[in-house]
Design a protein around this ligand. Structure first.
Ligand SMILES: Nc1nc2c(ncn2[C@@H]2O[C@H](COP(=O)(O)OP(=O)(O)OP(=O)(O)O)[C@@H](O)[C@H]2O)c(=O)[nH]1
Ligand SMILES: [Mg+2]
Length: 196
């Protein structure tokens, strides 16, 4: 998709604040600091539209990005961030769960894992949880510019093994720095949402 126009429609904390449109939605989930905002920025050809930071856990709301009045990217708060209070974490958890299980417009979930390391227990749990709800999942291994090409096969194998991938589960190696994998991610989004 050729993106020229993007809006942050709302940073929502409650379902009644979600957009009332029927646009298909793609959610981005993953641990804090894994690169969700960076992936969003790459997909929409912007440098820092979705705010990136070195401070993990910065995004604490469901951010709905309207792309070309055709679809929404929904940036979901990162899980597994130790420094938020237990109460805060429970609230995020509930909000994320409600959105992912009840949102009619949701067409797929991009699960980001850090390509430099083996998936964490949180990553594996999230994958299993999304699979249980039969949500279409695209796993994206981020920061792949930090990995030697000779290690790519190992990264793929590690992710697939630890998550016990279902048949045909797609996995894309991605870098926001050199844009590797961008077209493949867009291709998957277009297939899930029907937008071009
Ligand atoms: N080298 C490299 N760094 C990246 C890449 N993607 C993200 N980063 C860096 O990783 C840090 C976190 O990126 P974000 O995109 O803010 O991560 P996030 O998942 O949105 O984080 P939260 O909103 O806190 O959950 C930033 O310093 C980014 O510059 C990548 O592909 N390559
Ligand atoms: Mg973010």
């Amino acid at each position: 998709m050729d993106v020229n126009h993007v809006d942050l429609t709302i940073s929502a904390v409650r379902p009644d604040q979600y957009p009332k449109t029927d646009y298909p939605e793609i959610a981005l989930v993953g641990r804090s600091n894994v690169g969700k905002s960076s992936l969003t920025n790459t997909l929409i050809n912007r440098k820092n539209f979705a705010h990136t930071s070195s401070q993990p856990g910065k995004t604490q709301t469901l951010n709905f990005y309207d792309v070309e009045d055709q679809l929404y990217f929904v940036d979901v708060p990162g899980y597994g961030y130790a420094k938020v209070s237990k109460k805060q974490r429970e609230n995020f958890g509930q909000m994320i769960e409600n959105y992912l299980t009840q949102r009619r417009q949701l067409r797929g979930v991009i699960l980001l894992v850090d390509g430099r390391h083996a998936p964490t227990a949180d990553d594996v749990q999230m994958y299993q949880w999304l699979s249980y709800y039969n949500l279409p999942i695209l796993v994206v291994a981020t920061k792949i510019d930090k990995v030697k090409p000779s290690q790519y096969t190992k990264v793929v194998k590690e992710v697939k093994t630890s998550m016990d991938f279902q048949d045909h589960q797609p996995l894309i190696l991605f870098s926001a720095t050199n844009k590797r994998g961008k077209d493949e991610v867009w291709h998957w989004i277009e297939k899930q949402t029907g937008v071009k």
